[in-house]
Design a protein around this ligand. Structure first.
Ligand code: SF4
Length: 336
């Protein structure tokens, strides 16, 4: 008699990416809410598409219009308001864009826009208006990037950014990392990604093998804003990265109505550290058109982090910072 052993085949990340929710009605239906009790804007979703992958969707509390994960992805009428001081390019990155796909703002570090795609569209994203089309890294542009890196011996760290750089397929990532490794003065690779959080299945064995076998010291900076974003699948993806010799850090954005309380920030730091992830930066909002409703004033932000300092050991308190165009580094907000 034949015994068929049942087994569970996990859906791969690219399928999960394709299955993401891309319209408001579907999202509201999934979270069991009605547009009569929740302000939504079809125009906002046209200006900046809605995108929510199912692993993230599953962590949203159904029937809760104030769920902190839902509010990060829900297109709202407030996005259509315009305020002085806000713009499409708040960090003036287009002034530091010497070659397509390459941003060189700070000494010793270069940021590469590997992909314009994201697995999730965060409504507060400072690159929500970024001209990704003009910054695609085709093979010719990639050679230009490599030449730029070779020519400048002061560059010791390459940062993969986006969009989400891990939206790039494994094979291509592997080739890119091998090309960068061949440049002797580059020592570190930093990957800024939200994919291990919103689709944890993205941390594949192939990706881990590429990272583990690289001569570059690798840092992965996750983007988690609320403790509810971290579940056992995310913990697994973090553990896989750590097993691949990757230092895993986290950065968050301080967002009104989502994580602007001492309890939220404390829970987040403590939960992340349960999995060995250290908080790195807590950014105040970049003034990008469409995101003003998430803004927390500097005074409130400083007061929050001052209190956080009294509640947590120093290594669990992220640095409160903002990016000011033209400055040679991030600017820390002074605490008392
Ligand atoms: S994942 Fe990052 S780059 Fe993509 S929309 Fe969210 S904040 Fe922006």
């Amino acid at each position: 008699m034949n015994h068929i052993t049942p087994f569970f085949v996990e859906t791969d990340w690219q399928t999960l990416l394709r299955q993401s929710i891309c319209n408001i009605d579907e999202l509201l239906n999934e979270v069991k809410l009605d547009s009569s009790i929740l302000p939504v804007s079809a125009q906002a979703a046209t200006d900046f598409a809605i995108r929510v992958p199912t692993p993230y969707l599953n962590r949203i509390e159904k029937g809760n219009p104030n769920d902190p994960l839902l509010l990060q992805v829900l297109p709202q009428p407030a996005e259509m308001e315009r305020y002085p001081g806000y713009s499409n390019d708040p960090l003036e990155e287009l002034d530091t864009n010497p070659a397509p796909g390459l941003i060189h703002k700070y000494k010793g570090r270069v940021l590469l826009i590997l992909s314009g795609a994201c697995a999730i569209n965060c409504r507060y994203c400072f690159r929500r208006h970024f001209p990704y089309q003009e910054n695609q890294l085709g093979s010719q542009q990639w050679q230009q990037v490599l030449q730029y890196l070779k020519n400048d011996q002061s560059i010791t760290e390459v940062i993969f950014s986006g969009g989400d750089p891990l939206a790039t397929p494994d094979k291509r990532l592997n080739n890119m990392i091998r090309d960068i490794e061949a440049i002797a003065h580059i020592q570190r690779l930093r990957i800024h990604s939200r994919l291990p959080v919103v689709i944890p299945q993205r941390v594949t064995d192939e990706l881990c093998h590429t990272l583990a076998s690289s001569r570059l010291q690798t840092v992965c900076v996750l983007h988690v804003n609320h403790a509810n974003e971290v579940d056992t699948q995310v913990a697994k993806s973090i553990a896989k990265l750590q097993a691949a010799k990757v230092t895993v850090l986290n950065q968050s954005v301080l967002l009104k109505g989502i994580n602007d309380s001492v309890d939220c920030l404390k829970n987040l730091s403590e939960k992340l550290f349960t999995y060995g992830v250290l908080p790195y930066y807590l950014f105040v909002l970049d003034p990008v058109h469409g995101a003003a409703h998430f803004d927390v004033s500097d005074n409130d932000a400083i007061a929050l982090v001052n209190t956080l300092q009294t509640e947590l050991p120093g290594y669990l308190v992220p640095r409160l910072a903002r990016e000011i165009p033209g400055r040679p580094s991030k600017t820390l907000l002074s605490l008392t």
